[in-house]
Design a protein around this ligand. Sequence first.
Ligand code: NAD
Length: 419
Amino acid sequence: MTEVVQGSATLAIAQHNFDRAAKQLKLDPSLAAVLREIKRELIVHFPVEMDDGSFQVYTGFRVQHNIALGPAKGGLRYHPDMTLADARALAMFMTWKAAVVGLPFGGAKGGVIVDPKALSATERERLTRRLTTELSLILGPDRDIPAPDIGTGPQEMAWIMDTLSMHAGYSVPASVTGKPEVIGGSYGRTAAVGRGITTVAVQALRDSGIDPAGATAAIQGFGQVGSSTAQLLAAAGIRVVAVSDSRGGVYSGAGVDVDALTALKEEGGALGDYGGAETVTNDELLMLSVDLLVPCALEAQITGVNAARVNARVIAEGANAAIDPEGDDILADRDVLIVPDILANTGGVVVSYFEWVHDLQAFFWATGEVNARLREVMVRSYDAVRARSQSERISLRESAYQIAVAKVAAATEVRGIYP
Ligand code: NAD
């Protein structure tokens, strides 16, 4: 049977950040123990018919960390290195993200241990539909609402929505978010994470005394989050000088053409095929002297090992837990302003919330309204986190955690422990 319970650097980061907030907030230890624990997790081992007629058994899981504020909400990740421990950590992050921006959701995460690139479209569809059936015990618009993450996108969400709808006997659009617009997806959802990152990054640059117009930025990861962040930063007048993906990246001091790079990737090309720029490794990209660095790939990219060599003045954490606690401390000593993941990358869950509300009401906003309301939520949340960080003389991460943990603690306390 596939081993799913391993240690996880991401879980250690999640617990470190929570423990520090609980201590700073002087939470009752028994309440802290409730919030630190995972509420519910379902592990499933299930067969999928491959195109050649053989069967392959896959392992998937769904973790619900806390549902004190509302239904569980979080992405589904298809990745060969996915573990249950990572899902636990990412579910915890989702609880804090929803709380910090004021959404009525709890936190969840799930995934399958699989390399989606090794599957055909029909194999991915059968895997997704069978996974959905296995997890349907705990999914639903009032219970737990999946969304895209690494290795999944609108197509997987459409298959999940259709499978749950087939079981119900009627369409249940509010059962997932990040769906195609034609079946109840929200306008603006695809670029929402990048839009949220761009909004807070621009605020953070200004707060660091840097004029965003003409500021330089490097972005690690060029998937759903990284590519839209690059496009929106460029649209905001920021000079994107470097981008990378798992195969490496490109750098040009004069700025790279983000639209050309996006088109190149869409046509199946590699970033390295882009002319007029030097190639850089992922490690070199993290060390570039830039005003803004946005890691949008995997966890634990900036650590105690390499943080001293980072030369950015502001970092917006697009990827969850891109910076570990040792990295955080080193960067803080060097006055690098870090907008933490649980604030910076919440644009996706904010627009997912809009999508869920739209589906429940069968009433949809136009793109402009979605983007304007997302901006309003991001600016308000950033300002609250920034104000607390200044009044308490703590980092933006400590401030965001304090706001989020205090809110979930208050909800848990007032609801009481059943029975
Ligand atoms: P994705 O699969 O679309 O893209 C991931 C990108 O990272 C790809 O370009 C890949 O090539 C690159 N990559 C992988 N390994 C790398 C490495 N070692 N170095 C550099 N690049 C590497 O995934 P995504 O949805 O863009 O998610 C990226 C991050 O953002 C994840 O941490 C995810 O949890 C987080 N996130 C995603 C969402 C969302 O709605 N998609 C929301 C919030 C946070």
